[in-house]
Design a protein around this ligand. Structure first.
Ligand code: C5P
Length: 406
C-alpha cells in the first residue's frame, strides 16, 4: 500500500502574531487562527481589550500553540511579552482591524498588547479592515489606511458585502481563508526566494466548443496548476494564473485570468508572458479542436454528425525569450520517452511527467497528491516520491529558482 504523505504545510517553521481588534468580525479570527495553525504556523494572539469581549482570549488559548496576550498588566505572563512576540514573529497580521486600531497603528500609539506588539516588531505587517461602510469611507480612516500602505503595510480588503448593520457596502473583512492567503503572500514578499520574480502559471483543461452547449474537453481539474500558483506566491513571486477552472478560495495576491479555449489561453499567455521569469504550463491544452463550432445547438437528426477536428497552436512552443519554460506531460504509455520528445519539440527547460494510465486514487487528475518524474533538457531525470501537489509545486519551483539569475 502506498503511504499518503503528510499534508502540505506552507507556513511550517513560521511564527505569526494574529492581532485581533474590536469588531463583530472578531469571531472570524478563531477560524483564521485555526487555519494558520493548520498551515503549520505557530500562532501568537494579541487582543485589544475590546476584542476580548467579542472573541475571548480563553477560546484562542484552546486554538493556538503560541501565547495569547490581552491584559498589559497581567502578572502571570512573562514580562515584556509584546517585545518577545514582536521579536520572534515572521508576520504580524491584524484581522479584524477596527477603525480605532488602524488609527493607533498609523499614529504609533501603543496602549494595548496588540498595538505594543506592532511597535515592537520588525516583521512585515498586514491589516484586514472591518467596519461599517460609512466608517471605512471616512476621510480619517482613509488617511490612516493610506499612511499604513505607504509604510509598506499590506492592506487586505475590505470586501463589499453584507455588513453587521444588515446593509450592503464596502467594509466587510475579507474571508478568513483570504487572510491566511494574505499572510502567506506577506511572508513570501518579505523573505521568499522568488520575490521580485514574475511567474505565469496555466491551469485546467481547455474546452473547445462543438456548439453553444457542448465541448471537447479533458479530465483536468486545475489542482496542480493552482498548487504551483500558490507555492510561487508563498515564495514571494508576482503570480499570474491563467485558468479554465475556478480556483479555490485563498489565492490572495494571485492575479487570475479566466479563459475557456486553447485559443483564449494562448492569447492570454502571449499577452502576459513578456518580461516574466518563468512560465509553468500545467494546463491540459486541447491538441485538437472542432474546425467549426455550430452557432446553434446541434439537433438529433437520426444520423450522427461527424465533427471535423484541426490542430490547435502549441502555446508553450510559441513562447520565446529568456524565461524558464516548464511543461507537463500526462501520458498513458511510454511515459519517459514521450515526455522527453516534448522537452525537445517545445523548447522546454524541463517537463513534469505523470502516468495517467492507471485509475490511481493518489496520482493524476483531481487528486490531492501526485507522483511525477521530472525530465531535464540536458537529459537528467528525477522520479519524485508521492507528494502533495503543493510539495510537487515546491520541487518544481526549486528547479526554476536554480535556473534564474539571482
Ligand atoms: O498535450 P501535450 O502532452 O503535448 O502537452 C504537453 C505540454 O504542452 C503541457 O505543458 C501543455 O500545457 C503544453 N501545451 C501547449 N499548447 C498546446 C498543447 C499543449 O502549450 N496546444
Amino acid at each position: 500500500m502506498v503511504e499518503t504523505p503528510s499534508p502540505a504545510a506552507p507556513l511550517r517553521d513560521k511564527r505569526v502574531v494574529l492581532g485581533v481588534s474590536g469588531s463583530i468580525a472578531a469571531y472570524k479570527a478563531f477560524e483564521i487562527a485555526r487555519r494558520l495553525e493548520d498551515c503549520g504556523a505557530v500562532v501568537d494572539v494579541a487582543l485589544t481589550p475590546n476584542a476580548d469581549r467579542f472573541a475571548p482570549a480563553f477560546t484562542f488559548r484552546n486554538l493556538v500553540s503560541g501565547d495569547v496576550a490581552v491584559d498589559m498588566w497581567a502578572t502571570d505572563v512573562i514580562s515584556e511579552l509584546h517585545v518577545e512576540m514582536g521579536r520572534r514573529a515572521d508576520a504580524f497580521v491584524v484581522a479584524p482591524a477596527s477603525a480605532t486600531t488602524l488609527a493607533k497603528l498609523a499614529q504609533g500609539i501603543g496602549d494595548s498588547m496588540l498595538t505594543l506588539t506592532a511597535l515592537a516588531t520588525t516583521a512585515p505587517i498586514a491589516v484586514a479592515p472591518a467596519m461599517d461602510a460609512r466608517m471605512y469611507a471616512n476621510a480619517a480612516v482613509q488617511q490612516n489606511v493610506e499612511k499604513l500602505r505607504a509604510r509598506g503595510v499590506l492592506v487586505a480588503g475590505p470586501a463589499r458585502g453584507r455588513l453587521a448593520s444588515g446593509r450592503e457596502g464596502l467594509g466587510r473583512m475579507v474571508e478568513p481563508v483570504e487572510v491566511v492567503g494574505a499572510t502567506r503572500a506577506l511572508i513570501g514578499r518579505h523573505a521568499g526566494d522568488l520575490r521580485s520574480k514574475h511567474v505565469v502559471v496555466t491551469a485546467g483543461g481547455t474546452r473547445e466548443a462543438i456548439d453553444p452547449v457542448r465541448f471537447v474537453g479533458n479530465h483536468s481539474t486545475g489542482k496542480m496548476g493552482f498548487a504551483v500558483a500558490e507555492a510561487a506566491r508563498d515564495r514571494g513571486a508576482a503570480v499570474t494564473l491563467i485558468t479554465t477552472q475556478e480556483p479555490p478560495p485563498g489565492m490572495f495576491g494571485v492575479v487570475i485570468r479566466r479563459v475557456t479555449s486553447a485559443a483564449e489561453m494562448k492569447a492570454a499567455v502571449d499577452e502576459r508572458v513578456a518580461g516574466t521569469d518563468a512560465l509553468v504550463m500545467a494546463a491540459a491544452v486541447a491538441d485538437y479542436r472542432p474546425v467549426e463550432a455550430a452557432e446553434q445547438k446541434i439537433k438529433k437528426s437520426g444520423s450522427a454528425p461527424t465533427i471535423a477536428l484541426e490542430e490547435t497552436a502549441d502555446i508553450v512552443a510559441g513562447v520565446e525569450g529568456k524565461l524558464v519554460k516548464v511543461g507537463f506531460a500526462a501520458e498513458t504509455e511510454d511515459l519517459v520517452a514521450n515526455a522527453r520528445k516534448k522537452v525537445e519539440a517545445k523548447g522546454l527547460d524541463f517537463i513534469v511527467a505523470n502516468d495517467v494510465s492507471e485509475a490511481d486514487a493518489n496520482s493524476g487528475f483531481g487528486t490531492e497528491t501526485n507522483q511525477v518524474t521530472v525530465l531535464d533538457r540536458d537529459g537528467g531525470s528525477e522520479q519524485l516520491p508521492l507528494l502533495h501537489k503543493y510539495d510537487v509545486a515546491l520541487r518544481i519551483l526549486d528547479r526554476i529558482a536554480e535556473r534564474l539569475p539571482s
